[in-house]
Design a protein around this ligand. Structure first.
Ligand code: ACM
Length: 462
C-alpha cells in the first residue's frame, strides 16, 4: 500500500526524528479482523490489529511510511476479497517465482491468490494415481509466439508441474502472509491437457497437449468414470488447499462434442458442487456457470465485461468482480507500439484506478487477472502487473471516491520501493526498447468491438 493516509484515516505528521525504538504489536479483537491501528513516535511504534492479519497490514504500512514524524493511522480494508489470478498453466512458474509473487501481493495488502492450475495448454498439479497428468499433460511441444491470429510458433518445448509438497509450500508461504490460495481446476472445458494424458476422459480426441492459444474444442465427456476422475482430483485439491472455495472453472466450454447442450454442463457443475459440499467446500466458478442456474452457495468470478456482476447479484450469488475490460492485466497498458505483445483492450493505470464494482453486500471484492499466454517469465508478469496492481490494491482497500491525481503523486515513492525489490514494473514513461516483443506480435482490440463481442457472449445470461 502506498503510505499516504487514506481518506478515512486519521493521521498526524509532525516532523521529528526517525523512530529509534522498538515495534510493539498487539491484537485487539474489538477491531475488525483485518483492521489495524498504528502509532509511531520517536520512541518507537505500536501496531494493534484485529487479528494477526490486521497486525500484518499495520506492519506493511509501517515499513512503507517515509521516515520521521509522529503518525497515527486507523485503517481497514473495504473488501474481504482482494484477489489476483495467476495463470501458471499457459506458462509454468517455478515455485520460488510463485513465492516472490505472493510476497509482492502481500506487500500490497492483497489477500487472495487464485491459482489457475490447469488448462488446454498444460496441467500443473501432480495427482496421485494419475501419473500421466504430469508426465504427459504438463508438457507441450511448443508455444505460440504472440497472438494466435498470426499462427507463429516458437519451436521450443515448455512445461513443468508442482508436486504436492511444492503446493503445500506455496500454501504455507501464502498463509504466513495472510494470502489464501484458491486453486482452480478448469472443467469441463479447457481440459485438453488432461485428455491428451488420458484420452478416455475425452470424446475421441487422441492428440497432444494444445500448442495453440485459444479454446480447445476437446472437452471432457460426462461419463460416470470421468465424473469420478473429477471428484478424485478435487479430493486431492481439498487435501492440499484449505481454502473454503475451490475453483472449478466452467468458462468457455464448447458443447459440440456432447450429445446435448449447456444443460449437461449445468448438471456437471451441480455434481461437482455437491461433491465439494461433502468436503465442506464451495464452488468458485466463472460467470458461465450462471447460465441455467449455478449451484446454491457458488461464488461467481464475473469476467465477461461488467454485466455478469449484476446478473450474479440478481441471482443472489456472492460475486468477485473481475471484468476483463477493467481488470485483466494481460490487456495492453498503452497504445505504444513498443508494448510487448499488445492484446485486449486498452487498460491504463488510470483505468484500473477508476474501477468501481457495483455497491452490493454480495460483492465480496475484486480480482485482477493475469493470463500468461504472453508472459513467458515472472519478469514479464511483473511488467504487466505493476504499477497497475498498485492501483488495484487501492481500489480494493480504500473507500470509493479516490483521486487519481493524488495516487499519481504518491506513486513515484512507491515505485522506488519496487525498484529496491527489483520488480520489473512498466516505467510510467512507457516501455523501454527491450520490453517489446517484435517477434511475438499482438492483436490490439477496440473497446467498442470487445463490448459488442461480450454482449453476444453473455446473451444466455439475459
Ligand atoms: C476467462 O478469462 N476465460 C475466465
Amino acid at each position: 500500500m502506498i503510505p499516504k493516509p487514506l481518506s478515512s484515516v486519521r493521521s498526524e505528521h509532525r516532523g521529528g526524528t526517525a523512530p529509534a525504538g522498538e515495534v510493539r504489536t498487539r491484537i485487539d479483537p474489538e477491531l475488525g479482523r483485518e483492521a489495524y491501528e498504528l502509532r509511531r513516535s520517536a520512541s518507537g511504534a505500536e501496531v494493534t490489529g484485529g487479528s494477526e492479519a490486521g497486525v500484518f497490514y499495520g506492519l506493511q504500512t509501517l515499513a512503507q511510511l517515509p521516515p520521521g514524524g509522529d503518525v497515527h493511522i486507523v485503517d481497514a480494508p473495504r473488501f474481504a476479497w482482494r484477489g489476483v489470478l495467476l495463470d501458471v498453466a499457459r506458462h509454468f512458474m517455478p515455485v520460488p517465482e510463485v513465492l516472490r509473487f505472493i510476497d509482492l501481493l502481500a506487500f500490497h495488502k492483497l489477500n487472495v491468490l487464485h491459482l489457475h492450475l490447469t488448462d488446454d495448454q498444460g496441467w500443473r498439479i501432480e495427482v496421485p494415481g494419475w501419473p500421466r497428468l504430469t508426465t504427459v499433460g504438463a508438457w507441450r511441444g511448443e508455444s505460440m509466439r504472440g497472438s494466435r491470429i498470426h499462427e507463429l510458433y516458437d519451436g521450443r518445448p515448455h512445461g513443468g508441474f508442482y508436486t504436492s509438497d511444492d503446493l503445500r509450500a506455496i500454501v504455507a508461504h501464502a498463509a504466513d502472509r495472510h494470502v489464501t490460495v484458491v486453486p482452480e481446476i478448469d472443467m469441463p472445458g479447457h481440459m485438453q491437457a488432461a485428455i491428451a494424458a488420458y484420452p478416455e476422459l475425452g470424446n475421441g480426441f487422441a492428440g497432444p497437449v494444445r500448442t495453440a492459444w485459444g479454446i480447445s474444442p476437446h472437452v471432457l465427456n460426462l461419463e460416470p468414470a470421468t465424473l469420478a476422475f473429477c471428484r478424485e482430483v478435487l479430493d486431492h485439491v481439498c487435501d492440499i488447499f484449505p481454502s473454503d472455495l475451490i475453483g472449478i472453472g466452467g468458462d468457455e466450454c464448447p458443447t459440440e462434442e456432447w450429445p446435448g447442450g449447456r444443460e449437461l454442463q449445468v448438471a456437471f457443475t451441480a455434481a461437482m458442487a455437491e461433491h465439494l459440499a461433502g468436503r465442506g467446500r464451495r464452488v468458485y466458478g466463472w460467470d458461465e456457470i450462471l447460465a441455467g442456474g449455478a449451484p446454491e452457495g457458488a461464488v461467481i468470478a464475473a469476467w465477461r465485461g461488467e454485466e455478469p456482476v449484476e446478473v450474479a447479484i440478481r441471482a443472489g450469488h456472492q460475486v468477485v468482480a473481475c471484468p476483463d475490460v477493467r481488470l485483466y492485466l494481460d490487456y495492453r497498458q498503452s497504445d505504444d507500439p513498443g508494448e510487448p505483445t499488445p492484446v485486449g483492450t486498452l487498460l491504463t493505470l488510470e483505468d484500473v484506478y477508476a474501477y468501481e464494482p457495483p455497491a452490493s453486500p454480495l460483492v465480496l471484492g475484486c480480482q485482477a487477472n493475469l493470463w500468461t499466454e504472453h508472459m513467458e517469465s515472472l519478469r514479464r508478469v511483473e511488467y504487466m502487473a505493476f504499477p497497475r496492481l498498485c492501483a488495484f490494491a487501492e481500489v480494493v482497500w480504500s473507500p470509493a471516491g479516490r483521486d487519481f491525481a493524488d495516487f499519481a503523486a504518491r506513486l513515484p515513492a512507491h515505485l522506488a520501493r519496487l525498484d529496491a525489490m527489483g520488480v520489473n514494473y512498466r516505467p510510467l514513461t512507457g516501455p523501454r526498447p527491450g520490453d517489446g516483443r517484435p517477434d511475438a506480435p499482438g492483436n490490439p482490440r477496440t473497446l467498442a468491438d470487445r463490448l459488442a463481442e461480450l454482449h453476444e457472449m453473455t446473451a444466455d445470461l439475459r
